[in-house]
Design a protein around this ligand. Structure first.
Ligand code: PMP
Length: 442
């Protein structure tokens, strides 16, 4: 019966792998792409030569910094917007506005796609994130609000503010848009989702209006007209939004599977919202349950302890006023001290976790520039430190393929991880010897 079970597993694997093959998008090639969103996803996998050669394995990075908005978050922003359009939560060229609370990357991705779709964007962010992200957002025409870092239980916390603004926008814009931002001769992309002749707008879990089929009877035309012209406030809500997971389950995961021909022993990623590790990890496990999924967690994040010991270590302390959901570290974008829907999707499939210090992340960032000419952001550096620790722990040295995410480029991090004064003040050592030690010390 063991061999029967194995056979079944093999067959299931083949079937899922075949489906994965179909689902994955064609490699970016010499075809002409359809606007800026055509550039999203389908990123190459790059061998990190310095680390791979030193370890005798293949450390492969998914080059997400090549997305047009500069980070892995382009995939998520596109999927959230497309899913919202499918649910009639957003309509292009109606004066609708997207709201998000973000440390930056997601905002930049949303603003990029929003411009191409005729939406406005409001981004609420803590006032201590790297200033180059604010500049990028402003250049993209986003309305940027910077607020004091606050606890997630505080109404003034940036994610809570984004939700609130979106609700307010929707309730104060019930009728009367002239859809003036519709370009001339532009066929309106709106299509009626329900053919039912009545639509009532209710409020969904994430604070967005959702049309449902019960209630006042409207004329079908009025209904279409109202939905079409009503400017909506949409709270993207990357932390709780399932579209975040789906972007990776349907995109990043299948792409990695195809690019490695299914030959991958481990997937390593940090978690900010958890979307990347949950979606990609779950996909890879669905095609091969032996793929090891590993979390790279920066200092100050509670996830490492959650994975290792079942609790977030600083739970009590973190209820205090110091608490905010973004972790205090030089590493931007990963680490979290609370559970979100996307983190909950990730936890069951995370096999191992490594805690990465600021000093290690800074060191890796410098090491990669010196040895590989690859200039990456701090979360990518964190991921690569975790790759080294994993490979050393497992004793791999026979060309095993370990895949990780190169989330964004170093050009978004000049003011922090690349800033000597900042590092000195923060007391973070800046010595590429740290990586050398990780690679060689017994
Ligand atoms: N790296 C960077 C630079 C990010 O901005 C983020 C998202 N906050 C991540 C990594 C983590 O990705 P995820 O939200 O999918 O966990």
């Amino acid at each position: 019966s063991t061999s029967l079970a194995l056979n079944y597993r093999e067959r299931k694997r083949e079937r899922v792998a075949a489906e994965a093959d179909l689902r994955s998008i064609e490699l970016r090639s010499d075809e002409i792409l359809d606007g800026v969103t055509g550039l999203i996803g389908n990123t190459p996998l790059v061998r990190i030569n310095s680390l791979s050669d030193a370890l005798g394995v293949e450390i492969l990075g998914k080059a997400e910094f090549l997305n047009p908005g500069g980070s892995v978050k382009d995939r998520v922003a596109l999927r959230m917007i497309e899913d919202a359009e499918r649910q009639s939560l957003l309509h292009p060229y109606t004066g609708s506005r997207i709201f998000e609370g973000t440390v930056g990357s997601t905002g930049i991705s949303i603003a990029t796609i929003a411009r191409a779709r005729g939406y406005d964007t409001t981004i609420i962010m803590p006032d201590d994130v790297a200033v180059e992200k604010v500049k990028a957002l402003q250049a993209l025409g986003a309305d940027v609000k910077r607020v004091r870092p606050a606890s997630i239980v505080d109404k003034k916390q940036y994610v809570n503010l984004a939700r609130e603004y979106a609700l307010h926008f929707t309730s104060t814009n019930t009728h009367g848009s002239t859809a003036s931002s519709l370009p001339p001769n532009h066929a309106h992309p709106f299509t009626l989702k329900h053919s039912a002749s009545s639509v009532v707008v209710t409020t969904s879990e994430n604070g967005n209006d959702v049309p449902n089929g019960n209630g006042h009877a409207h004329d079908l035309f009025d209904e279409a007209e109202e939905l079409r012209t009503k400017p909506r406030g949409f709270f993207a809500d990357q932390f709780e939004n399932r579209s975040n997971f789906d972007a990776h389950f349907d995109g990043t995961g299948p792409e990695i599977w195809r690019q490695t021909n299914g030959d991958v022993v481990a997937f390593v990623a940090g978690a900010g919202t958890g979307g990347t590790i949950a979606g990609t990890g779950q996909f890879l496990k669905s095609v091969n349950e032996d793929v090891t999924v590993v979390l790279a967690d920066p200092e100050g994040s509670g996830l490492y302890n959650k994975v290792k010991h079942g609790v977030m270590y600083d739970h009590k302390e973190s209820e205090g006023k110091k608490r905010r959901h973004q972790v205090d570290t030089v590493v931007e974008g990963i680490g979290i001290n609370r559970l979100t829907k996307n983190i909950e999707l990730a936890l069951p499939i995370i096999d191992d976790a490594f805690r990465i210090t600021d000093a290690e992340a800074v060191s890796m960032s410098r090491f990669l520039v010196q040895r590989d000419g690859i200039f990456l952001g701090s979360s990518s550096a964190c991921n690569l430190v975790a790759c080294v620790k994993l490979v050393r722990k497992m004793g791999w040295q026979n060309g095993e393929k370990v895949v990780t995410i190169l989330c964004d480029s170093g050009n978004r991090h000049y003011s922090k991880v690349r800033n000597d004064d900042y590092l000195k003040k923060a007391g973070i050592p800046n010595d590429i010897g740290t990586v050398q030690d990780l690679l060689t010390q017994p």
